[in-house]
Design a protein. Sequence first.
Length: 319
Amino acid sequence: MRGKDRKKLGVALGGGIMRGMAHIGVLEILEEKDIPVDILVGCSSGAIVAAAYACGRINELKKIVLNLDKKDRRRVLDFRLTGEGLIKGDKLKSFFGFLTAEKNFSDINHVKLAFVATDANTGKEVVIDRGNIAEALEITTALPGLAPLKRYQGKLLFDGGTAMLVPAKIAYELGADRVIGVDVSANRSILTRIVGDVRELMQKSRLKKVAKPVFWMQNKMLNLDEKKFLGKARELMKRIRLLDDFEKHRFNFIEAYLIGLRAISADYRRGLFKDEDCDVAIHPEVFHIKRVDVAHSAEMIKEGRRATADAIPLIKKIL
């Protein structure tokens, strides 16, 4: 599939936490079938796989995830009950540094690499394709309330899957003639699930009493019509000075949770993926696996391989 007449191929890898490991199998099959990837865009867990691939460490990532167990997950995620997130993030930062060999985007020459994050103030996507790759991974994987929110070029950013579940549009914007979109999430907004996951985590922890007013406010707002909902959310954000002072303000995890809630209120349909958003849509059958399940990585990688192998005839056709 190499030649001067070949169409420039972009691959967009969506978020899905551990389900994103299916992307490893996707990229393996493309490489085995000699289908070169020119542009690689990822968000959330899709960005982790994209980074490992671009930095030449996809095999290292595969070995790691195949040997993960619940104890390893707890060791990687340094939980705490105070601060800007329930996860401190130091261990993830170290892992991302290892996975990327501390490379910058400018060090990657064989493929155009980019990630997508979400602007906390607008809910829209922000493309990151400059600077340190590990730091960019911290941004695109920062789940509101769980991980500290990140500041980048004057903006407050978090998990990219909120704005764009599968960043196929960005691959086109970066110059791809044809795009493969890989969806490993459920058919609804990623932040809806994130907010639900954070809520459940907080309700089951010692933070339940502290977070009770937040749950009450959320339920009250969700029962309003859209116009009133937006007004209430913005009023609450202004009251705790999150809109006008985010560069100076250091957020606790509850405030970060509220920022995520506000972002989804801007447009709950934002980020949904449709097959027509790209030339070839691949849907590995991993939806029966829990998003935080580390015990089924081999199955997810295998399913990524199978789904991509089935799509190879169509991929060759469009190229």
